[in-house]
Design a protein around this ligand. Structure first.
Ligand SMILES: [Cu+2]
Length: 453
């Protein structure tokens, strides 16, 4: 890169301030599931020594009753019935813990002190979604204990030792050959650097965020073999917006160690979202479980010189190395720490997409949210072709109509086409400009990037 270009890059980078730190994290009290519970399940407990039995139902997502009252402090047997579709647990601050799969009933013995005790479901996201409760002693003030957990509220600071992020190739893949496609998709729960200095415990389809781009044509049959490895902590599922299937069949959640086959036919062309729909779906999407499906018309799309696939999404940072923060994501006016393209904040500012000057560029763009709208714009270009959610603007139309930005609510997709007028840099942004400084900035470099050369 010559000096002039370096200066240009520095100037363009000024379009957005690099997000320096995250908004305050405000987790409720929480704590890790006890590896060795201080109280066993019913089989190992001594119910005879308890003062009584407390029945609690766990559903998706809450406890009923969420507040229980006992007459005096002491040891109680808690029986948990899971009537939900995904696993839950009941976890107490002293480590007493019992895990119940869907339809199961389990028990645990817990000490209820005079001041009462709180409990929650420790499966990530469940407490924040409402799975909290307490046991109070009659005549005592409600509110339970206050020694719940090690996680302080506060900012998530950048960690200089966080691993470097892995840049994602933005090139759109070729359409899959043939008419019937068997696709293995393995769910992972893993660490990922989502911006320089910030690592999170993400959940993925296929080991990347976003998951793989799947590109087919109208009329194709797609059989996705979804596998949730035995080592996973959570149930997961998949929902292809390009499909027409029953929610409670193919989109059902599968527990760790389970698999399912999700078969569908591509009846409609478009740029579609897929995502995990397991409760709380907001957390599973916010934590990385989404991707793009491109369904071309049966006759295919006209060839162009360059094709890219761009997914806009949000990160609501949890503590370093932990899952993203569901409480932040749940806010009525959500304020993501990062809004970004293809999983990592600002990655294409650091690694521009290279195109030939005057060549036709097609970008498939999808907003997976979970909650923020996109106004997708490429500075210095006009889209002469836009196909968004079944509505098209065609190149060469009689009125010479063009498009400057494509509005994409969460779960909407489009493709746009344009050419670059001269060598230079063409920033790719969401024109919701408060987010450009939070990672939603990439560069398209035409030629050598230097208009003067
Ligand atoms: Cu999931």
């Amino acid at each position: 890169m010559n000096r002039r270009l370096t200066l240009i890059v520095a100037a363009v980078a000024g379009l957005g301030m690099v997000a320096g730190c995250a908004a305050p994290s405000a987790p409720g009290w929480t704590f890790a599931p006890a590896a060795s519970p201080t109280s066993g399940t019913l089989a190992g407990a001594s119910p005879a020594a308890t003062l009584g039995t407390l029945e609690i139902e766990a559903f998706d997502l809450g406890f009923t009753p969420a507040q229980l009252t006992v007459d005096r402090p002491g040891r109680y047997e808690v029986r948990l019935s899971n009537t939900g579709l995904v696993p839950h647990d009941v976890t107490f601050p002293d480590g007493a813990f019992a895990h119940a799969g869907p339809g199961e009933q389990v028990g645990v013995v817990v000490d209820v002190p005079a001041g009462g005790v709180s409990f929650l479901c420790s499966i990530p996201g469940h407490a924040a979604a409402g799975m909290e409760g307490s046991i109070v002693v009659r005549g005592q003030a409600a509110g339970g204990d206050d020694h719940g957990g090690p996680l302080p509220a506060g900012e998530v600071a950048a960690d200089p030792n966080a691993p470097a992020y892995a840049p994602r190739d933005a090139s759109a893949p070729a359409r899959l050959p043939g008419d019937v496609h068997d696709i293995d998709l393995v769910i992972t729960e893993q660490q990922m650097t989502v911006a320089p200095g910030f690592a999170q415990a993400v959940w993925t389809f296929g080991g990347t965020v976003p998951g793989p781009v799947i590109r087919v044509k109208v009329g194709d049959t797609i059989r996705v073999h979804l596998k949730n490895p035995a080592g996973s902590k959570l149930s997961h599922s998949i929902d292809f917006h390009a499909s027409q299937v029953a929610w409670n069949d193919e989109m059902r959640s599968i527990a760790p160690g389970e698999e399912l086959v999700y078969e569908w036919r591509a009846d409609y062309a478009g740029v579609w979202m897929y995502h995990c729909g397991t409760a709380p779906a907001l957390h599973h999407i916010a934590n990385g479980m989404y991707g793009m499906v491109i369904v071309e018309p049966r006759a295919g799309l006209a060839p162009v010189d360059h094709e890219f696939a761009i997914v806009q999404s949000e990160w609501y940072l949890g503590p370093q190395g932990q899952p993203t923060d569901l409480e932040k994501a749940m806010a009525a006016a959500p304020a993501p720490d990062f809004v970004l393209f293809n999983g990592v904040a600002d990655q294409y500012k650091d690694h521009p997409l290279e195109v030939g000057t005057g060549k036709r560029v097609r970008i498939f763009v999808l907003n997976t949210g979970p909650s923020i709208d996109s106004s997708f714009h490429v500075v210095g270009t006009i889209f002469d072709t836009v196909v968004k959610e079944g509505v098209s603007l065609e190149r060469g139309n009689d009125g010479a109509w063009g498009s400057q930005a494509v509005d994409l609510a969460p779960a909407q997709g489009a493709f746009v086409e344009f050419t670059t007028a001269e060598d230079g840099l063409y920033p790719m942004v969401t024109h919701a400009f408060n987010f450009v400084g939070r990672g939603a900035l990439g560069l398209i470099q035409a030629g050598d990037g230097d208009p003067a050369s």
